[in-house]
Design a protein around this ligand. Structure first.
Ligand code: Y12
Ligand code: CO
Length: 171
């Protein structure tokens, strides 16, 4: 089922998501709904809180560089993630389905080592770099109640808030 996306400045986006304890049918339905919603909205990553569920679940499905489209076999489903190591620095122009039509440069670690569980409760330890490392950090920030716009400089954030208020008034 396609769910509604929670959009900034909705306060639910500030919630710290809870650890998932049961790897059951309800979790599988949540992950399936997240995937359907992300694809319907043209996203490449989504955290559960973006559909109003404050649980530590996120999904990432990057576009293949050579084929310029997403393949479900590349989908990663991430439960209760932990970032174990981060190093290097990279900048990427990020976007977020909860902050539609706004993109800006964000600095993040270039390389990360992470642990997480899959939908069956199996633990994985992985190392990521490139766009996957960026997406993983962006989505885990959601689980801690943070958005990429919080990483903008003071002046850029002020400009964003002014433009966002103007946009909301028009609606
Ligand atoms: C790198 C940086 C950030 C991420 C997090 C995942 N971000 C997204 O999936 C963003 C999706 C997005 C899609 C939009 O819709 C279209 O382009 C049609 C969009 O624009 C509008 O809403 C108009 C904004 C963001 C992963 C990797
Ligand atoms: Co986001």
């Amino acid at each position: 089922m396609i769910r509604e996306i929670v959009v900034y400045p909705d306060k639910r986006l500030k919630l710290v998501s809870k650890e998932i304890k049961e790897f059951d049918e309800k979790l599988h339905t949540l992950l399936d709904d997240m995937y359907e919603t992300m694809i319907a909205k043209n996203g490449i990553g989504l955290a559960a809180i973006q559909i109003g569920i404050d649980l530590q679940a996120l999904i990432i499905n990057l576009v293949r560089e050579d084929e310029e489209k997403q393949f479900k076999e590349d989908l990663i489903e991430v439960i209760n993630p932990k970032i174990l190591e981060m190093d290097g620095e990279t900048t990427y122009q990020e976007g977020c389905l909860s902050v539609p039509e706004y993109y800006d440069d964000v600095k993040r670690a270039e390389h990360i080592k992470v642990s997480f569980f899959d939908r069956e409760g199996k633990e994985h330890i992985k190392e990521y770099d490139g766009l996957m490392a960026i997406a993983f950090q962006h989505e885990t920030d959601h689980l801690n109640g943070h958005l990429f716009i919080e990483k903008l400089s003071f002046l850029k954030r002020k400009k964003f808030e002014k433009e966002w208020k103007k946009k909301l008034k028009k609606k």
